[in-house]
Ligand binder design. Structure first.
Ligand code: F6R
Length: 621
């Protein structure tokens, strides 16, 4: 949600600030937005130059081509996902204040904006938009008019704002400076030579630098061409070590694929392999990426609660089967937004595992904070380095999926399952639930998965072909049992969000308790069939479920293990995936369903990377 970019350089006024910011905005398009804008600090010390437009970035580019902005030394740019006020030109960011001297952009929601707006209206301030952001701009102008520098003014106003925000501002009278602040919303700093950058995430500036600095809660940053100054809200300078981003700009490009989503589905063997790489030391101990939770605490936990949303929550559901089986610890999986409102039973003996690709999902951040307030240790399984959840958790295990640009999550899902499994294996070892040779065998099973995913990808044409014939379907059902159940849920979610087709995933056993009423002649139903080599009863139970829907006229499409010829008796078409131990199968069986959704959405002519109404990182509750 909302992309933010800031740039300042030491060169003579020129086109670089605009160029850097516009390319940063293009890279942040994946976050989801409905208008875009840019402000450039030029040689005019009374007014910054600004341009903004409703709709996609191309509208802004057109506007800039028709009405170019003057050369500049610094710039800020924004892609807006509307919250307060419709996605119009007027509500697009930046917003100007102090007669055009100051420009401000914002991600988040200022919760006390109504009271602040009333206060400013009383003072005679005129508003040009319906946004909460404009309030922050006028507050900033008031402080600057009192003689404060832009950075001091930013600190002063953040003390008055409530809610979630990342703010960036420029002042025409400080042409070599961009100031930012953050609370409950992301902002990272990129370190260049003779130039510096700000962005909602490192993707915004990765083509210019891989050296970055985190900005923590309630901190203010000022970037100039030669330096970065971080202060806390009181103005005390904070020293911070930079970190090096472990992927480069090419990882955030399509790499020859038509869409980011297709590329990311094909990245999955690498995402799983990288997440596994070098994780377990010679004593069988899991190598975390940051922080730690003492082994005595982990030994004393009596419950695990996974908090996450959407696809990440489905990764947690898959993980539950493995952790309970390997560690004999009860695992609950809770949608993060429901968690804290139901007064959950959490104690120092509850291990909370927060799963998030972005590490910035507000619902999950709030669940983490709630758990920590109850004294629970929190481990984060996160993809984005330095993100809020990674920082605030007591320990972090990064999924090394690389940047996930397509809005719909694919490779992060597989990497999340892999990371939860690593955590489960580690706990099993630590708590003495498994012997070393069993641990080794589980790790070997995981090591074999990337090559098997590659085989699924290499043999995916039949499911893609099927997808192209189904563009007119109105409803598709997905069934699964045991670990196949979250796979069915994920298959349905992918289809909904990409192809805008009504889709439901069900536990196969639940069907006869109600949902089977939906089945009529010709209804497509996908079934994730367990291996016949596993618990025999599971395979035959799901076969019975296939027969139940088939008897009522459904068209049945089955994801089955290679060699399961029996499946062909009950299916219009079977899509085979390589054989694997039961708990490893979700890492394979979900891949054909991802490809099905991708191909069907593409057949309908939809934008698979940026589906309507969705944002990549949901930074509001
Ligand atoms: C679905 C999807 C979402 C995210 C959810 C959590 O394809 O991408 O359901 O999984 O919004 O996001 P993160 O993992 O960033 O916390």
């Amino acid at each position: 949600m909302c992309g933010i970019v800031g740039y300042v350089g030491s060169g003579a006024p020129g086109g670089r600030p605009q160029g850097v910011v516009m390319s940063g905005l293009a890279r942040l398009e994946y976050r989801g937005y409905d208008s875009a804008g840019i402000a450039v600090v030029t040689e005019d010390t009374e007014r910054v130059a600004m341009s903004k437009k409703a709709g996609k970035l191309v509208n802004l580019e057109k506007e800039l081509a028709e009405r170019p902005l003057a050369p500049g030394t610094a710039a800020i740019g924004h892609t807006r996902w509307a919250t307060h006020g419709a996605p119009t030109d007027a509500n697009a960011h930046p917003h100007l204040a102090a007669g055009g001297r100051i420009a401000i952009i914002h991600n988040g929601i200022i919760e006390n904006f109504a009271a602040l707006r009333a206060e400013l209206l009383d003072e005679g301030v005129e508003f040009l938009s319906e946004t909460d952001t404009e309030v922050a701009g006028h507050l900033l102008a008031r402080e600057v008019d009192r003689g404060l520098s832009l950075a001091d003014a930013m600190r002063a106003i953040t003390r008055r704002l409530e809610g979630a925000f990342t703010l960036l501002a420029v002042d025409a009278r400080e042409p070599r400076s961009v100031v930012g602040a953050r609370r409950n919303s992301p902002l990272v700093i990129g370190l260049g030579e003779g130039e510096n950058f700000l962005g909602s995430d490192v993707v915004a500036f990765i083509e210019h630098t891989r050296d970055a600095l985190e900005l923590h809660q309630d901190e203010v940053v000022e970037i100039t061409p030669d330096g970065v100054t971080i202060t806390d809200i009181r103005g005390l300078v904070v020293e911070r070590e930079p970190y090096h981003v472990d992927w480069d700009a090419s990882a955030a490009q399509k790499g020859g694929f038509a869409t980011f989503m297709e590329k990311e589905i094909h990245d999955q063997p690498t995402a799983v392999a990288d997440t596994l790489r070098g994780r377990i030391d010679e004593h069988g101990r899991l190598q975390l990426d940051g922080g730690m939770i003492h082994e005595t605490i982990l030994n004393s936990i009596d419950k695990i609660i996974v908090v996450a949303c959407g696809t990440a929550a489905y990764a947690g559901l898959v993980g539950r089967y493995a952790i309970e089986h390997w560690c004999r610890i009860p695992v609950e999986v809770e949608l993060a937004h429901e968690f804290r409102y139901r007064d959950p039973v959490v104690s120092v003996r509850t291990l909370v595992v927060a799963i998030s690709q972005s590490g910035e999902t507000m619902d999950t951040i709030m669940a983490v904070r709630h758990a920590q307030q109850q004294g629970a240790p929190v481990i984060a399984i996160v993809n984005s380095q330095g993100s809020t959840i990674a920082r605030e958790a007591d320990a972090v295990l990064y999924t090394r999926a690389g940047p996930e640009i397509a809005v719909a999550s694919t490779k992060a899902f597989l990497a999340q399952i892999t990371a939860v499994y690593l955590l489960g294996i580690y706990l099993a070892e630590l708590r003495g639930n498994k012997f070393p040779d069993e641990i080794e065998s589980l790790l070997d099973q995981l090591d074999a998965i990337p090559a098997k995913i590659q085989r699924v990808l290499d043999t995916s044409e039949p499911i893609r072909e099927l997808a192209r014939t189904m563009a007119n379907e109105r409803t598709v059902l997905f069934l699964g049992r045991h670990v196949g159940c979250p796979v069915a849920l994920e298959g349905a979610l992918k289809l909904k969000e990409l192809a805008y087709i009504h889709a439901e995933g069900f536990a196969a056993g639940e069907l006869k308790h109600g949902p089977i009423a939906l089945v009529e002649e010709g209804q497509p139903v996908f079934i994730v069939l367990p291996s016949p080599r596993g618990r025999e009863s599971l395979h035959s139970k799901v076969i019975s479920n296939v027969q139940e829907v088939r008897a009522r006229g459904a068209r049945t499409f089955v994801i089955a293990e290679e060699g399961d010829k029996e499946a062909e008796n009950y299916a219009e078409q079977v899509f085979y995936v390589p054989s694997a131990p039961v708990l490893m199968t979700p890492l394979l069986s979900v891949v054909p369903l991802q490809l099905f959704a991708l191909e069907l959405a593409a057949a309908k002519g939809y934008d698979v990377d940026q589906p309507r109404n969705l944002a990549k990182s949901v930074t509001v509750e």
